[in-house]
Design a protein around this ligand. Structure first.
Ligand code: HXC
Length: 260
């Protein structure tokens, strides 16, 4: 299907989704959200696809935030009655069980930083800049910028970012644990697509459960998390892919996965 604000391509088992409003620095409006929800639902349903990458078009921005021009004249009561932007968490984060990576190629500000943090991990270009500048607009983050950022980088950095609205560069973001890797801008897409292809080549049930268990670490007590982890491990030992994976290791060959 064709979209107005995003580009979607399949590269083997990897879906590449590109935010495509470069003139507005890929600002996130309601159309972008609706199109991303549709594209992610198709990715999730397509058995040939194992991992997705989301990036921004142009060299300047991943996404410079929610679209301020869409919000400037909108009455407050409407943000509330529409449950404005609730769909990001419920339909992109919770509804997508397959892994996806954010390849941040420039500004990731406000909603852009929040979208990147919804991904399972972030690979950043050396030119990336992360920030939660909402306070300068007399608002506050509305789709994870206080909650996911605090979990990712801890209280000191999260408070600093949200209260001053300053940007973090890629080096600080990596040091703080916000991003998993920093690479030169001209290698970003290749590195992200390679990571995604590697993930897509993994036994698919194990990929789903590995993702789910790391997320559970942020939602539960250590005792409950460890119990769930052990049970998930035990459940995976009952799959055909486990027999194949361990046999392939012993026979010194690559495994061939059935997804069951
Ligand atoms: C709409 C945006 C935009 C945004 C940039 N543009 N950010 N449009 N919403 N968030 C548009 C500009 O209006 C301009 O278009 C074009 O993109 C280029 O931007 P410039 O500002 O001219 O570029 P530059 O001077 O290089 O500055 C880059 C920048 C700046 C530092 C990234 O654009 C900036 O500060 N943007 C806003 C960042 C921000 O506050 N984000 C948080 C939004 S609130 P025109 O046509 O005018 O020239 C948010 C809340 C989420 O995200 C929670 C919701 C529930």
């Amino acid at each position: 299907s064709t979209y107005e604000t995003i580009l979607v391509e399949q590269k083997g088992a990897v879906t590449l989704i590109t935010l495509n409003r470069p003139k507005a620095l890929n600002a996130l409006n309601s159309t972008v959200l609706a199109e991303l929800i549709d594209a992610f639902a198709k990715f999730e349903a397509d058995k040939s696809q194992g991992c997705a990458v989301i990036t921004g078009s142009g060299d300047k921005a991943f996404a410079a935030g929610a679209d301020i021009k869409e919000m400037v004249d909108k009455p407050g009561a409407e943000f509330f009655s529409e449950d404005f932007f609730a769909g990001w968490s419920s339909q992109l984060v919770k509804a997508v069980r397959k892994p996806w990576i954010a390849a941040v190629n420039g500004f990731a500000l406000g909603g852009g930083c929040e979208l990147a943090m919804m991904a399972d991990f972030i690979i950043a270009s050396d030119t990336a800049k992360f920030g939660q500048p909402e306070i300068k607009l007399a608002v506050a983050p509305g789709m994870g910028g206080s909650q996911r950022l605090a979990r990712a980088v801890g209280k000191a950095k999260a408070m600093d970012m949200c209260l001053t609205g300053r940007n973090m560069n890629a080096e600080e973001a990596e040091r703080s644990g916000l991003v998993s890797r920093v690479v030169p801008l001209d290698q970003l897409l290749d590195v992200a697509l390679k990571a995604a292809a590697d993930i897509a080549a993994m036994p698919p049930l194990a990929a789903l459960i590995n993702k789910e268990m790391v997320n559970i670490a942020f939602e539960t007590t250590l005792d409950t998390g460890l119990l769930m982890e052990r049970r998930m491990f035990q459940i995976l030992t009952a799959t055909e892919d486990k027999k194949e994976g361990m046999t392939a290791f012993v026979e010194k060959r690559a495994g061939v996965w059935q997804g069951r």
